[in-house]
Design a protein around this ligand. Structure first.
Ligand code: PRP
Ligand code: URA
Length: 212
C-alpha cells in the first residue's frame, strides 16, 4: 500500500526481474523492446482484473451451458506515442481483438509541457473500457493531457498502465483524475532537475528505438 489510493504497484517477481534488466543502461534496444512487451502483457493482466464478463452459451462435448466470456471489442488500448507502443505490443498479445487509439505527444525538454501532434480514436469510447499506456509517469503532464483528451472524446472508464512512476507525477495525476486507476511496476524515488525519474531507466522512447 502507498499513500495513493488509485495506485497499484505490481510487485510480482517476474515483473521486477524484467524491470531491473530494463533499468540497466547496458541493455540493448532489441532486448529492451522484448522485455517491455512481456511486461506490457503482465501489467495488462492486472489492469484487466475487473473487466465485466457475460454469459456465453455454448455446448461442450458433454453438455450445453452458459460460461463466462469477455467482449474484447469493448476494450480500447491507447498508446501514448512513441514509448507507449512498447507496452501496447504486450497488451495486444493479451487481448488481440481490442481496438487501438494513438495519441502523439512529446514533452518539451525546456518547459516539460506536453506537445500534441497526433490523435486518432475509435468511435464509441463512451461504452469502452479504455486502457491508456505509457512507460513513464514523470511530471504527469503527458498522462494528464492524454486523459483529458480521451475524456473530451467520451471515454468514461479509464485505466492507466505505466512501467515506472514518480511520486510527484502520481500525486498530480491522481489529484486531477482520481477516477483513473494507475497500474505500475514501480514507484521510484523522485524526479531530477530535468524532470527525469530517479533511478528510472532514462528516456524510454530513446531506449526502445535506439535514438540516444
Ligand atoms: C516520455 C514518456 C512520457 C513522458 C513522461 O515521452 O514516454 O510520454 O515523457 O513525462 P511527463 O510525465 O513529465 O509528461 P517523450 O516526451 O520522451 O516522448 P517519446 O515517447 O516520443 O520519446
Ligand atoms: N520520460 C522518460 O522517458 N523518462 C523519464 O525518466 C521521464 C520522462
Amino acid at each position: 500500500m502507498t499513500q495513493f489510493p488509485s495506485l497499484t504497484i505490481v510487485d510480482h517477481p517476474i515483473i521486477q526481474h524484467k524491470l531491473t534488466i530494463l533499468r540497466d543502461k547496458t541493455t540493448p534496444s532489441a532486448t529492451f523492446r522484448q522485455l517491455l512487451k512481456e511486461i506490457g502483457l503482465l501489467l495488462g493482466y492486472e489492469a484487466t482484473r475487473e473487466l465485466p464478463l457475460h454469459d456465453v452459451h455454448i455446448e461442450t462435448p458433454i453438455e450445453a451451458g452458459a460460461f463466462p466470456g469477455l467482449d474484447e471489442g469493448r476494450l480500447c488500448f491507447v498508446s501514448i506515442l512513441r514509448a507507449g507502443n512498447g507496452l501496447l505490443e504486450g497488451l495486444l498479445d493479451l487481448a488481440p481483438s481490442a481496438r487501438v487509439s494513438h495519441i502523439g505527444m512529446y514533452r518539451n525538454p525546456e518547459t516539460l509541457q506536453p506537445v500534441e501532434y497526433y490523435f486518432k480514436a475509435p468511435a464509441g469510447l463512451g461504452g469502452a473500457v479504455t486502457i491508456m499506456t505509457d512507460p513513464m509517469l514523470a511530471t504527469a503532464g503527458t498522462a494528464i493531457a492524454a486523459a483529458d483528451k480521451l475524456k473530451s472524446h467520451g471515454a468514461r472508464t479509464l485505466i492507466f498502465v505505466c512501467l515506472v512512476a514518480a511520486p510527484e507525477g502520481v500525486a498530480v495525476f491522481s489529484a486531477r483524475h482520481p477516477d483513473i486507476p494507475i497500474i505500475t511496476a514501480a514507484l521510484d524515488e523522485r524526479l531530477n532537475a530535468k524532470g527525469y525519474i530517479v533511478p528510472g531507466l532514462g528516456d524510454a522512447g530513446d531506449r526502445i528505438y535506439g535514438t540516444v
